[in-house]
Every structure is written in structure tokens, then in C-alpha cells.
Ligand binder design. Structure first.
Ligand SMILES: CC(C)(COP(=O)(O)OP(=O)(O)OC[C@H]1O[C@@H](n2cnc3c(N)ncnc32)[C@H](O)[C@@H]1OP(=O)(O)O)[C@@H](O)C(=O)NCCC(=O)NCCS
Length: 315
């Protein structure tokens, strides 16, 4: 039997069953606690952004989300193919990149891809690696770290230096926290600058979703003489999504204090494990997390590209 043609086009026609399929995959992989907030955020991304759909014999078999971010870069996100069909995945990555390069020249230099959230569930690494490398992507290694509460792994409660305080995050803090995040970039943001709109989006989704007050209660803001100087963004279900301290306030135990207070909150709430991601090479953050009892449970590559090579990738 001949190989079936794969057609990729900008369309949402027949997308819903594919999204359901992806959700089932996340649930199987990460368990309900993890997947609730993540899936909610990813569904919003799918709804709000253009999608390329792959079809074989007119049957939808995969999709990729193109997420333009404030005129600076496009995320090739949430690549999914039924049954992990390698040719469909490859075709989606290729068409997604081509689309960004040729059809949206107003979005100049950067493409990133967070497709590899799926790596921990055994999608063959070389599948994307070869495609991404061939079109000029490079990768960060993202580490997934986990904290399990136990008597052997206690949560410390360090004292704050004079003038510093912690308070619960309120929805009105969104812009202040986005500004802190923007002004205190981590390794990833230094390499792929995040416009302030994206910082806001990252904080809002999936963590501090307006309208779900309980979700914001695990997030904290640090102040110095009542002025915000750091924050920790966390879901209600055990994920720490952001930890940022303005550079002029670093090295005074504030990162540790925010992390510990957030962990204590989770512990009191009866959450058994807390997870976060950190880029390998972010030594300050890795060291902070490891000293606080986090251990690596998995890792995956996050692909990015700055330039726009016009050459077509070869098979
Ligand atoms: C990571 C970050 C939040 C740490 O905040 P901080 O207030 O400076 O951290 P603390 O003063 O509480 O330090 C706590 C521990 O972190 C580690 N640490 C902090 N800065 C470090 C550095 N420059 N190099 C190595 N380890 C460092 C140390 O283990 C330190 O413990 P110690 O002082 O007993 O050695 C801060 O550097 C930051 O905002 N970085 C940019 C954003 C970022 O990378 N966030 C993490 C994303 S996953």
C-alpha cells in the first residue's frame, strides 16, 4: 500500500476530537492533579490562536498551534498527532515553521516550541530533534523537579530581612508581577526575550486565572517597604510556575522565603507533591530548589530559533 498524503492547512474543521485525544494523553501521563490546570491553559491557547490541521484522506490526524506573541516571536505549541504518527508530526513542524517564516513576516525573528511537554511519556526524542535541528532550532534542557513532603524533607521557614514582607497574591497584582518578571529575566527569557504581554499571559495562565480565587491563594508577593519586589506564582494543585526576585533584592533570602512560604501553604492544604520546571544552567534557581528538597524527576528539550533560514528542510 502506498504512503498516504498528508495535507496541512490553516483550519479548525475537525479539531475538537483531536483536542480530546490530547487531553486524554495528558491525563494518562500526568494524572488528574497535574493535568487540570495545564489542560485548561492549553485549551485556551488552542481556542485563542491559529491552528494548522493535518489531514490524511480528509481525516484530521494532527494539529499544531501557532501562537504569535506581541510581534516578536511565534510559539509552535501543542503539536499533537493521533497515535504519534511520525510523518504527521514532522509535517506539522515543517509547515508551522514555514508558515511563520513566509506568511507572517511581520513577526520577525523568534520561534520557540514547547511541543516537548510530551517527551516524558516516551515520544521518540529523535522524531522532533532531527526536524528541529534541520530547520535551525537549538534546545534548552528543561528539568522537571519535584518536592515530596515528608519528615526527612522538611520545609524551612527562614526569617525575612528588615523591611521585607510576604503577602498573598491578589488579582490586582497581575501587572506588578508581570513587570517584576519582565525586569528580572531568567536564563530562558534572556535568550528569548519575553514581551511584557507574554509575562502577563504566563502569570495569568494557567496559574492566577481570574475568577478562580482559590487558585491565586497559593501565590505570593514579596514587598520591600511595601513595594513589590518579587513573587511566586503557584496553582492550587501543586505547581509552582514562577519565582522571580528583582535583581537589587537578590541574595537576601527572599527567593528562599517565597519558596518556603509557598511550600508550607501547599503542605497545610494537604498537597503531597509540588512540581516546577527550571532550565538546566539556571544555577541560582537549581541550587535554591535542590537545597529546598526538590529532586529531578524528568527533563525535556525546549526548542527555539532566532533567525529565519529560508532553506527548505530535507527529509
Ligand atoms: C532564583 C532567584 C529567585 C533566587 O532569589 P534570591 O532571593 O536571590 O535567592 P536567595 O537569596 O533566597 O538564595 C537562596 C539560595 O538560592 C541559591 N542561590 C541564589 N542565588 C544564587 C547564585 N547567584 N548562585 C548560586 N546559587 C544561588 C543558593 O542556594 C541560596 O542559598 P544560600 O544563600 O544559603 O547559598 C533569583 O535569582 C531570580 O529571580 N532569578 C531570575 C528569575 C529566575 O531564574 N527564576 C527561576 C525560574 S525557574
Amino acid at each position: 500500500m502506498g504512503v498516504m498524503n498528508i495535507e496541512v492547512e490553516k483550519s479548525r474543521d475537525g479539531l475538537d476530537p483531536l483536542v480530546d485525544d490530547l487531553e486524554k494523553r495528558f491525563q494518562r501521563t500526568f494524572g488528574t492533579a497535574f493535568s487540570k490546570s495545564a489542560v485548561r491553559a492549553w485549551k485556551t491557547r488552542i481556542e485563542e490562536n491559529p491552528v494548522l490541521l493535518a489531514r490524511q484522506s480528509n481525516r484530521p490526524t494532527g494539529f499544531i498551534v501557532l501562537r504569535p506573541i506581541a510581534g516578536q516571536k511565534t510559539d509552535l505549541a501543542l503539536i499533537h498527532a493521533v497515535g504519534d504518527h511520525p510523518r504527521v508530526l514532522r509535517e506539522l513542524v515543517r509547515c508551522g515553521s514555514r508558515h511563520v517564516d513566509q506568511e507572517t513576516p511581520q513577526i520577525p525573528t523568534q520561534i520557540s516550541s514547547n511541543q516537548s511537554w510530551d517527551e516524558p511519556i516516551g515520544r521518540p526524542k529523535h522524531l522532533f530533534r532531527n526536524v528541529f535541528l534541520s530547520i535551525g532550532f537549538r534546545a534548552f534542557q528543561v528539568r522537571i523537579l519535584e518536592h515530596l513532603f515528608s519528615r526527612e524533607n522538611p520545609v524551612s521557614s527562614p526569617d525575612l530581612h528588615k523591611g521585607y514582607e510576604l503577602r498573598p497574591y491578589q488579582p490586582e497584582d497581575l501587572d506588578l508581577c508581570a513587570s517584576i518578571m519582565f525586569r528580572s529575566p531568567d536564563l530562558l527569557m534572556n535568550t528569548i526575550p519575553h514581551p511584557i504581554e507574554e509575562c502577563r499571559d504566563l502569570i495569568r495562565l494557567p496559574v492566577l486565572n481570574p475568577g478562580t480565587p482559590q487558585r491565586s491563594s497559593r501565590s505570593l508577593v514579596a514587598t520591600y517597604e511595601n513595594k513589590p519586589c518579587g513573587f511566586c506564582g503557584a496553582t492550587a494543585d501543586g505547581i509552582i510556575a514562577q519565582l522571580y526576585v528583582l535583581s537589587e533584592h537578590r541574595g537576601r533570602g527572599l527567593g528562599q522565603a517565597l519558596l518556603s512560604a509557598c511550600l508550607s501553604g501547599f503542605n497545610r492544604q494537604g498537597i503531597a507533591r509540588v512540581r516546577l520546571t527550571v532550565i538546566e544552567g539556571n544555577f541560582a534557581a537549581c541550587s535554591l530548589y535542590e537545597h529546598s528538597g526538590f529532586q529531578e524527576v524528568s527533563r525535556y528539550p525546549f526548542w527555539y530559533r532566532h533567525s529565519q533560514p529560508r532553506t527548505e528542510p530535507t527529509e
